[in-house]
Design a protein around this ligand. Structure first.
Ligand SMILES: [Zn+2]
Ligand SMILES: [Zn+2]
Length: 386
């Protein structure tokens, strides 16, 4: 039966108001009513069509669906000429009860936003993508795991051993990953052997391939330890050796220590990221160590040999006469050992000139004397360039 145009049937325009629709319906219903046309089959047919058209167009939700897709149905038989067939092959759908008005209540934005005729396909693919993962029938590599470990500055410099608890899936020791206890198969409890399961989405109910048995309806006699998973969660303490010179954010890969794969597939890897706490004075810049060292005015002015801290302990640094604030000195190979390059970085010492506490008269006297000896403006350079 060809689909009728409900607007044509009711003799109204597409943009007709509910009032116009109602008026026109009443007029046509009176005209074709069986009581008025006894024995007239054509009139009876028209009367039914008018009823059907009015049923849809008088309901805002149904009318919206009709406007978008060109038809409306409360009940579309499985595999029939309904939207399922038009939308191309879909996995085992049974439109047992397919109420669009319900459906669009849930996904209303979709319905009103798009008006392409491909709408159904979009809606269905969306629905299915949102649903269960496809049945797992092929072996899959285990997932990688990410953990991080916190160590302090010195542990990073010198290297350390640390323990972390890692929860990972490992191959089931009972079934060695097969998931089977051996012997014969049992009926899949998920689908009771039918191979498909029903799923509800709003008022829609459709059948999907059973995710547990992959549609076969049968399961291998499941291993009692892992319930057929082939792997079990297990927390273990892993000792991690942090090499000397480990950097903040460095990532250590432990091959094969991620989750076990399914059905005997290889395990993923374990990644451990090292987080290094800051030190109060030593700052790392790659393999170099930076430190600001306070220096007295007279040490800087006259030159001096000063002791500075390094990661190896104290070391002597000779600062020349006339050293100024912020000047940097490099102590070669006093930085962090890099196991990769087999070399050490440097230590960079930044001079921070300290003003003496001026409390006594004698110090003031000496400073005034110095001022007399140096009448030049310390900001002369600044003024020249501003
Ligand atoms: Zn097992
Ligand atoms: Zn099943």
């Amino acid at each position: 039966m060809a689909k009728q145009d409900y607007y044509e049937t009711l003799h109204v325009s597409k943009g007709a108001s509910q009032d116009e629709i109602k008026k026109s319906y009443r007029r046509l219903a009176r005209k074709y009513h069986p009581d008025v046309n006894p024995g007239d089959k054509a009139a009876e047919e028209r009367f039914k069509q008018v009823q059907e058209a009015y049923d849809v167009l008088s309901d805002a939700k149904k009318r919206q669906v009709y406007d978008q897709f060109g038809f409306y149905s409360d009940n579309i038989p499985p595999g029939g000429g309904g939207p399922g067939a038009g939308a191309g092959p879909q996995p085992d759908m049974n439109f047992d009860s397919f109420d669009f008005s319900e459906f669009f209540q849930g996904g209303g934005q979709r319905a009103s936003a798009g008006n392409s005729t491909g709408g159904f396909r979009d809606i269905f693919s969306n629905l299915f993508n949102r649903g269960e993962a496809p049945p797992q029938q092929s072996p899959e590599k285990g997932e990688d795991l990410e953990y991080s470990i916190n160590i302090d500055f010195w542990q990073a410099i010198k290297g350390t051993q640390a323990r972390i608890n890692i929860t990972r899936y490992e191959v089931c020791p009972t079934c060695h990953g097969t998931g089977s206890a051996g012997g014969h198969t049992i009926t899949c409890p998920e689908c009771n052997g039918t191979g498909s399961v029903s799923q509800m989405a709003g008022a829609m109910r459709f059948n999907l391939t059973c995710p547990k048995c992959g549609g076969s309806g049968k399961l291998k006699n499941a291993c009692p330890t892992c319930q057929g998973e082939g792997r079990i969660a297990h927390t273990e303490s892993v000792e991690v050796r942090i090499p000397p010179g480990a950097r903040n954010g460095s990532r250590l890969r432990v091959p094969g220590k991620g989750n076990a794969g399914s059905m005997g597939a290889p395990s993923g890897d374990l990644y451990i990221t090292t987080r290094v706490e800051d030190h109060l004075y030593f700052h790392r810049e790659g393999d170099d160590i930076q430190i600001r060292v306070p220096v007295a005015v007279w040490e800087a002015g006259l030159g001096a040999k000063i002791e500075v801290p390094t990661i190896d302990g104290r070391t002597l640094l000779k600062i020349p006469q006339g050293t100024h604030n912020g000047q940097k000195f490099r102590l070669r190979e006093k930085g962090v050992f890099n196991a990769r390059t087999n070399q050490r970085g440097d230590q960079i010492v930044e001079i921070a000139i300290e003003t003496p506490k001026v409390q006594d008269e004698r110090t003031k006297e000496l400073l005034r004397e110095m001022a007399g000896l140096h009448p030049e403006d310390p900001r002369a350079d600044l003024w020249a360039k501003v």
